[in-house]
Write a protein that binds this ligand. Sequence first.
Ligand code: M6R
Length: 603
Amino acid sequence: MCGIVGIIGSEFKVGDLIDGLKKLEYRGYDSAGVATVDGNGLYVSKSVGRIDALRGVVETEKAVHNGIAHTRWATHGVPSDRNAHPHTDCSGKIAVVHNGIIENYQELKKGLLERGHKFHSETDTEVISHLIEENFKGNLYQAVLETLKELRGAFAIVVIHSDIPDVMIGARKGSPLVFGCNEEKCMLASDVTPIIKYTRDVIFLEDGDVVYIQGNKARITDFSGNIVIRNRMHISWDENAAEKGGFKHFMLKEINEVPEAIESALVGRYDEKGFPVLHELDEFNLERVKRILLVACGTSYHAGLVFKYFAEKYLDIDVLIDVASEFRYRPIRITDDTLTVAISQSGETADTLESIRAIKKAGGKVIAITNVVGSTITRESDVTLFMNAGPEIGVAASKTYINQLIVLYTLALYMIKKLGKWNNIHDEISRQILNSSKIIKQIIQDPKIEQMADLYKNYNHFMYVGRGINTATAMEGALKLKEISYINAVAYAAGELKHGPIALLDPTFPVFAVVPKDSLYEKMRSNIEESKARNAKIITIATEGDKEIERISNNVIYIPQVSEDLYPLVIAPVIQLFAYYIANKRGYDPDKPRNLAKSVTVE
Ligand code: M6R
């Protein structure tokens, strides 16, 4: 996830581009850059660090007519001046800003290098400017269309060329791009926030759209050059709401970004047959792994627990997991056949980092799973699988948890394939993972989740239960609720209720049961019956079509049927939204829960 701004038309200042970027800071903030063109050439300035650092390296008062700007959230290449956008071609005339991931950039880069192109960055983006250079025969629009045919992955791009200073071209496939014009100027941006200063009538470009702007006139076509008609939308949000995409809080916005985040996590990770591809792990001899060790904290620990259940079921090897704050103080045994994985969305969690150091000291190699390129954990681990969720502003993990699950399922499937254990069950799981963004898009629109939060907002205790792989779901549900709504929420593997926690249950202590139709369904039902017999109110998350569950539930939220291994993935947004709505209805700010920080850098 990155932020793009482009302005073209009557005179404006370079500082206006940076003001636009500031509105997109939530999309990325590790480096930023700006490029402008006039009849004399292309001018590019970049700076690592937050957007304000860019003001120090550009002439903010300079008057221009055409410029693009970018704030980056690194995916390929560490945050640095070199890797900051815009990226240029060999002639130094073309500049490109890009949000998304070019899946086939390595093969494209190889060809471009063989044909003599010189690269200046480690990014996937730079291939685009060089390809446009190759395809440019005097018509920038045609050159962009030719280039788009060569790109695989998810992207939104904006392109300018110093030989044609009154033209700007944008295109989208999988990453957002919004377009708006007033009498004097046209704008392109990753969301409406930089645009509403100029106009409130915008077009949300659709996948496969290209917008060609000359001065303040524009046309939209598909990738083949056929004109397409898109409706304008009037934006009535105030600026503050617009920053949150019209949502009341970042957390709600970020849960709504899950489908886009999942697509980013999947780019380049499955081949056309649906087999997982993790080139990052080429140097690991996975065939000889007999034991997997996971360390993580909080929500990341719960993602690791899902992996444990999934991987143990199909890999026939032991998966051990511990919270990092405990792991690091215990004797650490690393054998040649141990694979160690550290999970941390921030990449800065002190306990996880110290565990990594301890593992390395004991002779282990660490695979990190994080969301932040350049974070300490990525630097100290041997290899990193990036989650590509984009920045998450809300303190409580939401889309990052879901992307952790995507990466962990993919890692497990990759090992299943490597270890020769792949069968048609895995074909189906892989197919459903590739389709999961669509399933989740539908789930997060279910109005019943908010209605249920309304019914239960005044309870001060909740018991979350699940079994098997959904024990982790119950634990994550309880953590989410307690951390943003300050309600006493406890979680147990449902079979444990009878060993003590059931004593807590009464009409004031609702049970939130995760009970999809899976192989433990009957057992879960018995546990729910036991709870009901103690007069506890029962909320269930169940599989569509399960009418039987209604008999023992006070309220049910249905989710679509998926492979039983994937319920943690599709239920995650439900538990997040339930916690979100309760916190909101109790008058708390879910984005900034008391006593908590986004990166826990203390032990
Ligand atoms: O950045 P990390 O994933 O390493 O963070 C671990 C925990 O601190 C984090 O998951 C925490 O539990 C959050 N408050 C969860 O919402």
